[in-house]
Design a protein around this ligand. Structure first.
Ligand code: ADP
Ligand code: ZN
Ligand code: ZN
Length: 731
């Protein structure tokens, strides 16, 4: 018998199936060691077959089976081949997504701990053994063990002594044994809430659980109780003996969603996200694989949870950009989830207060069943949004970053002992530093971007590669000391607010304050425990949090995402504003939102104020249709990255020539094709060029395969080429 093996090396030249003579007991899905060249490496057995074309004398034999049971199921192999053909990925890169990294390379395995167990004979009966007179520790230990029966080995050695433990073991009174311990991630524990569904929630739940293999969009305003619906859907899956997957955006993981899930479902939930230690991730994965846990909750990679018989796959906050993977391997979580739902006959549910245009259009055209929750639970009002024109503010003589309305409302909020959230989509102290006299702007040496001032650690930082530089007191070009700072960021907002409210605790949540494990969790926990208090942050503060005492939300510079040269900028801005605003006034207290802008008349703001998603959608979808942008087209970017600029350009030219020839065949159905350098031309000393292509949506399957063929036929081993489809971030 022959085993088909994918070797665990991510390299173009070995991206194929290798045949080996199998060994006894080997099954598809197990990990193995195989001889490869003059080394022995790990690999995945993907199937067992009868024959091979490889001549017998060339055929090597599998050396060892590494996993007791298959770790990749048949279902996952099906998913892998779907992903391979859709995204043109290497098989090994896909399989690696399916397993915790710790599983490969023999890194982390189960954690064992030693325990002491009292022999059952002595539970009720005193042993008849004579102790030496001064063997107090042994006597005490025996006494302790008769009371407790089981105890932790190292703890006991500390309490008594190791020699006492060994002595009792020798006498046959206790046994020392090994047990697997599970490492579980920490989650904020909330009290279990018993809520009675309102009519809207009941209707929605009923629609979902009375279907099978159906696709839904749950469009519910912020605070309408979507999470409660998800939990009931999952409860229903468990009742039917099925499992479920629920995905949440990267940062809202620390939000109460998780706590709600763990308090409702206990050990039945496994949590998968990047903030876990490797041991925790491995153990959570094992709990799913062995069926101890039936619900996987996590970020996009949780879609690969090792579950069988899935009853529902839910994508919460489906509009969130973290669902599209931006580095290798690139994939679209929605598509992967949809495929997995189909092969399981599972319900597929997308939920959001601000669905992406692509998704809402599918609901309008009937591809997704639209379910709506139009009111907040308990009929709470939606927060009132006030637009402040910052140009007018300036002419009234207010040059501070905070408008008068902002200052007033924040003060009212603090005075009434409530909480405020202040949102600014820029981290650091100021966006750039520039010499007033000669115009010099401090830039990263390795990337083509300006540096951001971080005052608290007195450094200029590159937000692309993380490199740090000394703060400038003098211009390195002309020697002038007139150094001007750019627009304000989170650090500076905290500094200014602290001046205004010296006694109010202010918390900051951005990439810089959340690097360490559990940092998000700790910041949110502290914030939730202080009254009054202020939370300042980047878009992390917009995501899914449910704090009942928040009555003020301030948006410092709403235009930041609006004037981005990206076809999604209107959509992003609408979503961001609605989401941040939605953090306010969720419980008894009424919420107020102050939105500062230089374009107060923009339709995006108007629609956000009116809380009119449909109005926004109609206008924006119309715009997209007229201009042939997604969802009416697909945008494909071929990204070329390499250290030798000339070579990158040469390779780009070769491919561009071939791609352009597609115009002959498709003519006007290809709306655009062009080659250029990427918006950020250099990152970490690697040059970045791109080909952009925009074509009619319904030709996607056909055209993308032709592009993959072009890429396959024209390789350059010195330049990396990535194909991205409808990418969220084109830097
Ligand atoms: P969404 O996800 O739609 O923003 P959540 O699910 O976070 O809303 O619900 C908002 C709050 O309302 C939560 O604190 C939740 O426990 C509570 N809640 C949900 N459904 C009900 C209900 N039927 N009755 C009372 N409270 C509810
Ligand atoms: Zn200068
Ligand atoms: Zn850099």
């Amino acid at each position: 018998m022959i085993a088909e093996i994918i070797v665990d090396l991510s390299n173009e030249s070995v991206d194929k199936i290798f045949d080996y003579k199998t060994i006894e007991g080997l099954q598809a899905g197990q990990m193995v060691l195989v001889p490869f060249g003059n080394k022995v490496i790990e690999g995945f057995c993907i199937s067992i077959k009868d024959t091979t074309e490889v001549p017998v004398d060339k055929l090597k034999t599998v050396e060892k089976i590494l996993t007791v049971a298959p770790v990749i199921s048949q279902q996952m192999f099906e998913l892998a081949s779907f992903m391979k053909s859709t995204y043109h990925l290497r098989m090994v890169d896909i399989l690696r997504l399916f397993l915790p990294a710790e599983m490969r390379g023999g890194k982390v395995r189960e954690k064992y701990k030693n325990y002491i167990v009292l022999d059952e004979k002595f539970y009720d009966e005193e042993p008849t053994i004579e102790f030496k007179k001064n063997a107090y520790q042994q006597k005490n230990l025996l006494c302790y063990m008769r009371a407790n029966h089981v105890a932790d080995f190292s703890k006991i050695c500390e309490m008594f002594s190791r020699s006492a433990v060994m002595a009792l073991e020798k006498k046959g009174i206790i046994n020392i044994c090994e047990k697997i311990v599970e490492r579980r991630p920490v989650v904020l524990q909330l009290e279990k809430k018993d809520v009675t569904l309102n009519e809207g929630q009941k209707y929605v739940l009923d629609k979902i659980i009375s279907s099978e293999n159906s696709q839904f969009l749950l469009h519910g305003v912020t605070g309408s109780g979507k999470t409660e619906v998800y939990m009931r859907v999952i409860e229903n899956c468990l009742k039917q003996g099925k499992s479920a997957i629920m995905l949440v955006p990267e940062i809202s993981l620390t939000s109460q969603v998780l706590s709600n899930f763990t308090s409702r479902f206990g050990d039945k939930v496994a949590i998968l996200h990047s903030g876990l230690s490797s041991g925790e991730r491995y153990d959570e994965w094992q709990r799913l694989k062995t069926g101890k846990a039936k619900i996987a909750v996590g970020v996009r990679s949780a879609i690969f949870a090792p579950l069988e018989n899935i009853g529902a796959i839910i994508i919460d906050e489906e509009h969130d950009s973290s669902y599209i993977s931006e580095s290798n391997p690139r994939y679209n979580t929605h598509e992967v989830a949809e495929f997995r739902a189909k092969i399981n006959n599972a319900n597929f549910i997308l939920g959001s207060a601000t669905p992406s245009l692509e998704t809402y259009q599918k609901a309008q055209s009937g591809k997704l069943k639209l379910l709506e929750l139009k009111e907040r639970v308990n009929k709470k009002q939606m927060p009132k949004i006030h637009i402040v024109d910052m140009c007018a503010e300036l002419s009234r003589g207010n040059a501070s970053p905070f408008s008068y309305k902002f200052q007033d409302e924040l003060k009212k909020c603090i005075d009434s002992n409530n909480q405020a959230i202040v949102f600014i989509n820029r981290r650091g102290y100021s966006s750039f530093v520039r010499c007033v006299d000669c115009g010099y702007v401090a830039k990263c040496t390795d990337c083509d971007v300006s540096l951001v001032l971080h005052k608290e650690d007195s450094q200029l930082k590159c937000h692309f590669c993380g490199k740090r530089f000394r703060v400038l007191n003098k211009c390195p070009i002309c020697g002038s000391d007139k150094i001007k700072q750019g627009a304000i960021g989170t650090e500076r907002v905290v500094e200014e607010l602290q001046k205004a409210f010296p006694n109010v605790p202010i918390f900051r949540m951005d990439n810089d304050t959340t690097k360490t494990k559990n940092a998000h969790f700790n910041i949110l926990k502290q914030f939730s425990e202080c009254l009054p208090s202020i939370l300042v942050g980047t878009q992390m503060v917009a995501k899914g949090h449910d704090f009942p005492n928040v009555s003020f939300v301030g948006i410092i510079d709403a235009d930041l995402s609006l004037h981005f040269a990206d076809f999604r900028s209107n959509e992003r801005t609408y979503q961001l504003i609605t989401q941040v605003a939605g953090r306010s006034g969720r419980a008894e207290k009424n919420g107020i939102v102050v939105l500062q802008t230089y374009s107060p008349k923009h339709f995006v703001y108007k629609k956000a104020v009116e809380n009119d998603y449909l109005g926004f959608y109609n206008k924006e979808i119309n715009l997209r249709q007229i201009t042939n942008f997604p969802p009416f087209s697909k945008i494909v970017r071929l990204l070329f990255v390499g250290g030798d600029e000339l070579r990158v350009k040469e390779y780009l030219t070769t491919i561009f020539f071939k791609v352009k020839s597609l115009l002959k065949e498709y003519g006007n159905d290809i709306y655009y094709v062009g080659a250029m350098n990427s918006p950020v031309k250099r990152i970490q000393n690697k040059y970045r060029y791109q080909i952009l292509l925009r074509y009619k949506e319904n030709l996607h399957n056909e055209i993308i395969q032709k592009i993959y063929d072009i890429v396959d036929e024209n390789k350059d081993n010195k330049v990396s080429l990535f194909v991205e489809i409808n990418q969220q971030n084109l830097s």
